[in-house]
Design a protein around this ligand. Structure first.
Ligand code: EPZ
Length: 419
């Protein structure tokens, strides 16, 4: 297993290009299953989860051409297998995004139940409830969800919990259903809007994405499309914190600041200077005093759970006390104990971490546990004096495109040691 070796304490300078959003590219690749025509997706991030999704589409019978690293040309005209197998789903829960498209276009889908992961149990019963309301017959056999339907019917569906991929699965199921589907308490993330923009280009009729109520009028067939994936707001936030935690000034290009306003506002309260130029560039500087500021994660447009671990790392270097509360997932503090090994002063209490800063960090041997926890450990390693080793960096490769090269490009001393 590859490791990162970081020699911390270095100031950063220069510019970083932000990649396309992993959590938009994943549903957009799945959406290509909805049509026999070609779907071209651009600005697809070169990360492990997208390689896994590409493999899933090919296993289902799609052809996926990659004329250049970040462009995918998908054709689902020859899909004859409707199963997302366990060995793929267990490595990437987002494989469940094949469920809606397969059922609505082919009337059949067999998708392995994803099971839990490091950050929580992560059930998909809301996805299944929605499909049943649209007329799908759902059976669970040997850990496989078997969904069948002659043709899905539009329905009014309220999610008792906001679910991002649940909203995406339902949107994709509804675009080819008979009649109108209204989704209440829908997720409002930018990635939902990006998926709807792709589906609309394909001929779908969708209104209200980005708000809690989405209305979809089913059509009989969809066309192909050519679509550019939005920038990754979580990668952007991660690099904002990389600058802040190393007291540096860097420039981020190809951003969409409007997609992470809660993060920008929170970091500005902490004392991080952030300016935007209007053409997708952010200037960030962390050379001032950093103050401890409480945060609680929330559904969009609140502070994203995917930024909680990175923010917690920053709070270990801020002056004073702060409380970081995780409201979305039940077990998303695995990074806290690893940060304590560097010298961070963190006390856990229920769904909150109580941090006292600033605590000087000294390099240590760390183990990554999940995607965003890994990012948190890298950020802390950049601030720690001396050498930090991080094992199991395959977790970070799932969602960040060559993060060690991007960080080295702005002066960090970080290298990947092949394991
Ligand atoms: C998406 O996961 C993202 N993944 C996650 O990003 C992100 O953390 C999460 O949304 C929350 O923003 C992708 O988009 C591929 P949810 P998802 O369904 O859709 C509960 C990353 O780091 N729930 O919005 O799986 C669930 O347990 C990843 O890039 C049910 O109870 O999350 C959780 O507590 C990690 N029943 C809450 O809702 C259901 O049927 C939100 O989950 C579905 C969800």
């Amino acid at each position: 297993m590859d490791k990162f070796r970081i020699n911390g304490g270095k100031r950063l300078s220069g510019r970083v290009a932000i990649s396309g959003a992993k959590n938009s590219a994943l549903p957009c690749l799945a959406a290509a299953l909805l049509t026999p025509k070609n779907v071209t997706l651009r600005n697809v991030p070169y990360v492990r989860d997208l390689i896994t999704m590409r493999r899933l589409l090919e296993d289902l019978g799609c052809t996926v051409l990659v004329p250049e690293l970040r462009t995918h040309e998908i054709n689902a005209g020859t899909v004859e297998n409707f199963e997302a197998p366990y060995d793929l789903v267990k490595t990437m829960r987002a494989s469940v995004l094949a469920l809606g498209p397969l059922v609505t276009r082919f009337g059949e889908a067999h998708v392995s139940l994803p099971g839990g992961c490091a950050i929580g149990q992560r059930p998909i019963e809301l996805h299944l409830m929605a499909l049943e309301k649209m007329g799908a017959k759902i059976e669970l056999q040997n850990g496989i969800v078997k969904a069948n339907a002659s043709r899905l019917r539009g329905a009014d569906i309220e999610f008792e919990t906001v679910t991002v991929t649940g909203t995406e699965n339902l949107m994709m199921a509804a675009v080819l259903a008979q009649g109108t589907t209204r989704i209440y308490n829908a997720a409002c993330e930018p990635e939902i809007v990006d998926l709807a923009n792709l589906l609309t280009k394909m001929g779908a009729r969708i209104e209200g994405t980005g708000t809690p109520t989405v209305t979809i009028t089913g059509v009989d067939a969809l066309d192909g499309a050519d679509h550019r994936i939005i920038p990754d707001r979580i990668e952007t936030g991660t690099f904002l914190i990389a600058a802040a935690i190393t007291r540096s000034g860097i420039e981020l290009n190809n951003c969409e600041p409007g997609h992470l306003l809660a993060v920008i506002e929170k970091l500005q309260k902490v004392g991080v200077k952030i300016e935007q130029t209007g053409d997708g560039t952010l200037f960030v500087s962390g050379d001032g005093k950093l103050r401890g500021v409480d945060v609680a994660t929330a559904v969009y447009p609140g502070f994203p759970t995917d930024m909680q671990a990175q923010y917690l790392a920053l709070m270990t270097q801020a002056e004073g006390d702060s409380v970081v509360t995780e409201s979305i997932f039940e077990n998303r503090f695995l990074h806290a104990s690893e940060l304590q090994r560097l010298g961070a002063r963190i006390r856990m209490s229920g769904h909150s971490a109580h941090i006292h800063g600033p605590a000087p960090l000294a390099g240590a041997q760390l183990i990554a546990s999940d995607l965003r926890a890994s990012a948190s450990l890298v950020l802390a390693g950049l601030a720690a004096e001396g050498e930090t080793w991080i094992d199991r960096v395959y977790h970070i490769d799932r969602g960040y495109e060559r993060i060690e090269e991007k960080l080295r490009g702005v002066g960090a001393e970080i290298e990947r040691v092949k394991g």
